[in-house]
Design a protein around this ligand. Sequence first.
Ligand code: ATP
Ligand code: MG
Length: 652
Amino acid sequence: MADQPRIILISRDAALVESFSAACATRGVAADCFGSLKEAWEHWSKPETALLGVVADASGLTEEENKSILPLHQLPESPRLIRLAAPAADGASGGALENARWPLSPDFLQRLGREAAIPHVFLVDSTLFSTGFMQAALNQEGWEAVQLESTIGIAETLRTATAWEEAEEKTSLLGKLFSQGKERRGERRKGRAVVALWKGSSLEAEAAARLLRGSLPEVRVYLVTMHSPLREAEQGLRLGKSAELPRELADKAILLLEGVPVEDGASKWRILLVENFKVALVALTQSLMAQGYEIAATMQSDEALETARRERFDLAVVGAAVAFAKQTSIELAQKLRETDPDMRLILMVDRYPLQQALQGVSKVVEVGLDDCLLKPVEPSRLQFSVERALERRRLLLENARLIRELKVSNDRLERLTGFQSKFFATVAHDVKNPLTAVRGYAELLSMKITEPELVKCVDHIMSSSKTLEALVSDLVDFAAIESGKLRVELGPCDLLQVVGDVRSRIEVAAKKRRIQFEVRVPPSLARIKGDPLRLGQVIQNLCTNAVQYTPEGGSVSLSVENDPEKITVSVRDTGIGIAKEDLPRVFQRFFQTEAAQKMRRAGFGLGLKIAQEIVHAHGGEIAVESELGKGSRFYFTIPVPSSPPAALAGPP
Ligand SMILES: Nc1ncnc2c1ncn2[C@@H]1O[C@H](COP(=O)(O)OP(=O)(O)OP(=O)(O)O)[C@@H](O)[C@H]1O
Ligand SMILES: [Mg+2]
């Protein structure tokens, strides 16, 4: 049986604890909630295989706790950690580093306008860097921006006035591209900025910003990302780091720790775009972004591969160079496929050399590509392919989600069944034994006492313990049926003998209820292969029902008919009968009609289910005919084995 996965939550907020635990429960995950880091640490430091990770409500922890949690997380074998933080607003200030999300909001742009006198540094991811989007946006606002491939030399660039003139030369091409031909030369620039490529984490960016502010105190440093906080957290976990999530996304932490692809409301399809020709890269990125996709764009295939290993993408569009490239686009596509077998792939190949192009097309089937387009690719043509590929991706994800849900309910069921069998085993051993003792002692007592009052008491003890024993036996049989372990031992069996044994017991019960009971059997019966005890149980169950569900003064008959291929045992009664719509359900476990419940003693509604199971184990059938208010006939058949000599003799 699978261990139930667990998540440790450290929080002092009762509402969060409650909603988090509930969210965990729906996913079949156990939430262990602690009010302090110390308590939680005692648990997470113990090796536990099913611990998915730790979620810490950082905004509610003491400063001391927040300080100690990271080093604890860095210890070897420590579980994954997600810290829940109060949401960081766009452009929120505080530390040396501020955050901004791409596309830049109008508020943010306005703020830039107001702060144009201050030198700015924008740390941007490779997509914003290689497409030149960030720089173009700044240019459009009338800012001068220098692009730097690293954070080295930022302070110097900002200090040297000459750098701006050079920058203007360098960036005029891009500037023109994005300002739709507007000539900005000669216009008075509003502000100055450096746009630097940033490949590190946000924590590392914070450190870099601090360093920068050390040498240039007035500078403002922004980390501009296209990622949602959820993506960032997902990425952090992938890299084995601790992740940070806004508090309101606490329930998403569960999915992240489960390793389930998470879709947040705002989340878009993520596309990795590799294209070695910059103009095409910019045009395709722009057109896909306009469609609402989240794009990571790069011109370098090495970088594409590295990014794909670090982040999760729904689709990769690969248009890397073929000639003179370290790896062809086909090779790159193959490597990308290895990083994630479910990622969709579209290839864009050069028309020439023709052979390469043909090879690309043929790979559509081989590598499982979604499409292969010939360059130059029209943005609208790519959009069409992308939509189709993502539809396939959506179906795949939906499939995976359904499978996961099925697994959660399976695990839950498995745990429940495990509990059930344990429970029944306990009942069998721990309840049955003392019950037998009670009955034994009561029998002993009944032999010794003569006082009528006491004799009556002891009789009650005996009959009640018998009822209890029967109930417990039914439960044990039922548990055996459920786990496929009901013991039925087939051997030579004399059914007349079995009927005779049951008859005497039923006669007593029938007499008590003033019910006429008759038995009709042929003088002899064919020998069958059967389990006498189990067949006796079936006949007794049917007869007990007949007697129980027949009003006083009625009659019950048990008859046996002998055919060459089978023996049929029928129990007829003139009882309450069963409504037509209930007939198919009487053999289901725990089913009892309302009318029956009113006129019976204790019972679980398992008698017929057990009877059916036993008859099936004998290769026979069991069935019922009944009319409400008039009576019923329950009957079952047991096959008669054809004796080998007779079979061999053939027809006379
Ligand atoms: N001879 C009968 N006449 C009318 N209803 C019957 C008859 N036999 C069975 N039933 C209906 O079928 C239901 C299921 O029968 P079953 O023997 O499985 O359970 P039960 O008698 O209720 O409880 P127990 O587990 O003690 O046998 C009964 O509750 C009753 O509603
Ligand atoms: Mg019954």
